[in-house]
Design a protein around this ligand. Structure first.
Ligand code: GTP
Ligand code: MG
Length: 411
């Protein structure tokens, strides 16, 4: 490539402005997932972060499993529109057996990736207007026990760390003393490292924010508190929690890390969270899903192959598979027909032998009947003959008979 110098103003230096204007017109979207045990202050923190009041109902502790609930809101600040989706866990950590608690969370994240992938794979895709619900950040609420992480936390974060940007936060941080909090933070970080859990790191490649992000990376996990109540401090109304011994101001950096979290999450790194979701987490999901579907950038000889080639190859394989199945079915059909033929032949043979036997029996019966008939006829003839003889005898002796009879009478 050659470097050329322009002789005057051309105007493509307005390209970044065009981009900004286009993006502002389209609006932005940001999706937050809050994972944490029931009543840890998830909804209160969201209200505090966006300085509004989102709809939320306290969850019961009696659910048999973990569920996820999402709400989408349209927010506007100056002329920038933000479509914000808040997803909350319901019943997290409430079951006796918590082994499967992470599963609904993982499934939810995957389902959002899948919906985006399906839109991307459509012939007529509408990604510009598609409501992208992929989770950009997961705020993981840690119980302020002061004793380190629960196994539920470690297992869940480990399952999520290659699917989403995890930012761990210590919930209700106003319930732990300052020295305890320092120890708690160190313990959590060493437990995460020992278990190989990768949490989100604020980017340090942009000079403008590198220094701040670097120092904020050292503040993990943020110890936050939230409130829906306001008190007057000076001439300002501020979010605060009031206790008999004093007041915790949510936005006071000496009281908690709420401001740091808001600064990092919303004001400095929102775009990086969106970008990391797309280019890292979604990319991993997409690659695995496409490989699962049988697509690959390399063929069996490790040579590059295009989508078209993979498709043709798969079609060829499918055709061969079908042909093989057809052949097998045909062979089976022939075998079955032959088997049926032999079965029929055997049945026919048996029928024939039964018929022969019956014929023989019939002939024997007939012969016996004929003999009996003949005997009967002979007997009949004999009888007729004897009758005639008797008749002739009786006519011959009729006169004598009278005599005989007379004689007999006399007698
Ligand atoms: P579910 O949605 O029911 O799981 O609860 P959640 O995690 O959304 O908690 P929610 O915000 O409803 O708060 C539960 C209770 O904790 C409420 O009484 C809040 O006032 C209180 N709470 C919220 N944030 C804090 C906090 O930072 N510190 C303290 N001490 N209490 C808090
Ligand atoms: Mg809630």
């Amino acid at each position: 490539m050659r470097n050329l110098k322009l002789a005057g103003h051309v105007g493509f230096d307005t390209l970044p402005d065009q981009l900004v204007s286009k993006s502002v017109q389209c609006g932005f979207n940001f999706n937050i997932l809050c994972v944490g045990e029931t009543g840890l202050g998830k909804s209160t923190l969201m209200d505090s972060l966006f300085n509004t009041s989102f709809e939320s109902n306290p969850s019961p502790h009696s659910l048999s499993g973990v569920k996820l609930k999402s709400h989408t809101y349209e927010l506007q600040e100056s002329n920038v529109k933000l479509k914000l989706t808040l997803v909350d866990t319901i019943g997290y950590g409430d079951q006796v057996n918590k082994e499967e608690s992470f599963k609904p969370v993982v499934d939810y994240i995957d389902a959002q990736f899948e919906a985006y992938l399906q839109e991307e794979l459509k012939i007529k895709r509408q990604l510009a207007t598609f409501h992208d619900t992929r989770i950009h950040v997961c705020l993981y609420f840690i119980c302020p026990t002061g004793h380190g992480l629960k196994s539920l936390d470690l297992v869940c974060m480990k399952k999520l760390d290659n699917k989403v940007n995890i930012i761990p936060v210590i919930a209700k941080a106003d319930t732990i003393s300052k020295p305890e909090l320092m120890r708690f933070k160190t313990k959590i970080m060493s437990e995460l490292a020992a278990n190989g859990v990768q949490i989100y790191q604020f980017p340090v490649d942009d000079e403008a924010v590198a220094e701040m992000n670097l120092s904020m990376n050292a503040h993990f996990p943020f110890a936050v508190c939230g409130s829906t109540d306001f008190i007057r401090v000076g001439n300002k109304m501020v979010r605060a929690r009031q206790y008999p011994w004093g007041t915790v101001q949510v936005e006071n950096e000496n009281h908690c890390d709420f401001v740091k979290l808001r600064e990092m999450l919303i004001r400095t790194n929102m775009e990086d969270l969106r970008e990391t979701t797309h280019i890292r987490h979604y990319e991993i999901y997409r690659r695995l899903r496409l490989e699962q579907m049988g697509f690959s950038d390399l063929d069996s000889d490790n040579k590059p192959q295009s989508f078209q080639q993979t498709y043709e190859h798969k079609r060829q394989l499918l055709r061969m598979e079908l042909q093989q199945k057809e052949d097998e079915m045909r062979q089976q059909f022939v075998i079955r027909v032959k088997e049926k033929e032999t079965e029929l032949k055997e049945a026919e043979k048996e029928l024939q032998s039964r018929f022969d036997r019956l014929k023989k029996e019939h002939a024997e019966e007939k012969r016996k009947l004929d003999e009996a008939k003949k005997r009967l006829e002979d007997n009949q003839n004999e009888l007729v003959k004897r009758r005639q003889q008797l008749l002739t005898q009786s006519t011959g002796t009729l006169g004598h008979g009278t005599l005989t009879l007379g004689k007999n009478k006399k007698k």
